[in-house]
Design a protein around this ligand. Structure first.
Ligand SMILES: [Zn+2]
Length: 472
């Protein structure tokens, strides 16, 4: 049924769709946000008006890392239950990107063929999105210091989220990571919270890596006692003064086993049901994305057993453990955009992928962080024993080479190649037959590398949708 938009809303929708068609024609990256700018300029209430027709409401996902994969996992679960989702493109996670997504998917005759909205949003934009779409569920994955120049303190980011959670619509359910102290603290006093977490002590590590944030109790400021961490500062913690501890998760993953880069298995339990989940992803950080998606699905009344079964044939989101072939060598693309994310993809590649050949690409555009000093917080020392060959590329390839030198990686194993096509070729050529090249780019470096691979025919253009769209 067409949505009632009024004359102004109709004009906004059509102008947005026209902008989208034109920018696709000009090959300007598929127009992931511009149609949103145009539509909102004509009718600032266009997002509210269009989202009203979503019968099952809206889910919003925020946090520093894992938004895109969590959203893709949740979308996969919901679509397996026959629900049709409208979702924004990975990276287009400001209010304009969300508006563009819903404008693009609404027809010229004002019909939106979707019953649920599924939006990933930047933490600072969350309060505004909540005001405009009144989501039924808000998911917070984790909170880490992002690239240094992007936002202020982590406390400011947490305050944005807290404001959105307390001023959200009546009946909103918060889905929070119990193992991240700053995220867990957001649940204080909220009427409906689902806490999700990992509960497999065999995978806890003793110490905090040097990228760790949030080491202090949000109530009294004392340094937390960590029994162990799964990554960064995410793990089992308590305040020594006893006023704050990890909430017991309502849904948790136990017995996690990771088999190479191919698959991982988790036993999950929500108190009522227990199910085994088998997902084609790797790495402990992805165990969090999986448990957060299962918890969000629970908030949307999907039984755990059904969610778990749906994830068996999940396809990774673009650039997030996406597989391709580069000049005859198997390759995995692992987006790495901040110290914690970088540490975890390095660890996963080395520990589970037995990685020895790398292409690491560092750009310094706005979306990457213009101050690249954050690379000094990345634990590149992990590469010391593992890496046989590393191609460094991107705008700041030389900074990266200096950083790797300080990580004591022998200089004869590091090669600087600035041209993208040549960098891919060199990385593939240096990879022994039968092995995999691991490509770790920052955000805009990934877009550019993907553009080269798309021209080569190895990947599809990103505006033709994430692999999740490609189901028959
Ligand atoms: Zn305390």
């Amino acid at each position: 049924m067409p949505t009632k938009l009024g004359a102004r809303g109709t004009a906004a929708l059509w102008a947005g769709k026209l902008t989208s068609a034109l920018s696709r024609g000009l090959r300007r990256g598929g127009g992931t946000t511009l149609p949103g700018d145009v539509a909102r300029w004509i009718d600032p209430r266009i997002l509210t008006k269009l989202s009203r027709s979503l019968a099952e409401g809206t889910v919003v996902i925020t946090g520093t890392n894992g938004k895109t994969t969590t959203a893709a996992l949740l979308r996969h679960i919901l679509e397996a239950q026959g629900r049709q989702a409208v979702a924004n493109q990975a990276g287009a996670n400001l209010i304009f990107g969300v508006t563009a997504a819903i404008v693009n998917q609404t027809s010229w005759s004002k019909t939106l063929p979707a019953d649920v909205g599924l939006f990933e949003i930047d933490e600072a934009s969350l309060p505004r999105l909540v005001q405009e779409v009144a989501p039924g569920t808000i998911v917070v994955t984790n909170l880490f210091r992002d690239q240094l120049d992007r936002y202020g303190e982590l406390e400011t980011t947490a305050a944005h989220i807290r404001r959105a959670l307390t001023q959200g619509p009546e009946g909103v359910t918060a889905v929070l990571n119990a193992d991240d102290p700053m995220v867990a603290a957001l649940g204080d006093g909220l009427p409906r919270v689902i806490y999700a977490g990992l509960d497999d002590p065999s995978l806890l590590r003793p110490e905090l890596s040097h990228g760790a944030d949030a080491k202090f109790c949000p109530r009294c400021g004392s340094a937390f006692i960590f029994e162990g961490v799964y990554f960064g500062h995410v793990g089992r913690y308590r305040c020594p003064r006893g006023d704050f501890a990890r909430p017991s998760p309502d849904i948790k993953a136990t017995a996690i086993s990771i088999e190479g880069m191919e698959r991982m298995r988790l036993r999950v339990s929500d108190g009522a049901q227990t199910a085994d989940v088998d997902v084609p992803l790797s790495g402990l950080y992805n165990a969090y994305n999986i448990i957060m998606a299962l918890a969000a699905a629970k908030a949307m009344r999907v039984p755990l057993a059904k969610s778990a079964a749906a994830l068996h044939d999940f396809t990774p989101a673009f650039g997030r453990m996406e597989r391709t072939t580069i000049d005859g060598r198997a390759a995995v693309l692992l987006l790495a955009k901040n110290p914690t994310g970088f540490n975890e993809v390095l660890r996963t590649a080395i520990q589970f992928g037995k990685a020895s050949s790398f292409l690491i690409a560092l750009n310094d555009r706005i979306a990457d962080g213009q101050d690249v000093s954050w690379i000094w917080d990345v634990d590149f020392e992990q590469l010391k024993g593992a890496a046989q060959h590393i191609v460094v590329s991107g705008d700041r390839a030389l900074d990266l080479r200096v950083r790797l030198k300080y990580a004591e990686i022998p200089s004869e194993r590091i090669e600087v190649v600035t041209d993208w096509r040549s960098a891919l070729k060199r990385a593939a050529d240096a990879t022994p037959a039968g092995q995999t090249v691991f490509v770790l780019p920052t955000y805009t470096a990934m877009l550019e590398l993907r553009a080269v691979l798309t021209r080569d025919g190895a990947l599809r253009p990103y505006w033709q949708g994430q692999p999740a769209d490609a189901k028959p």
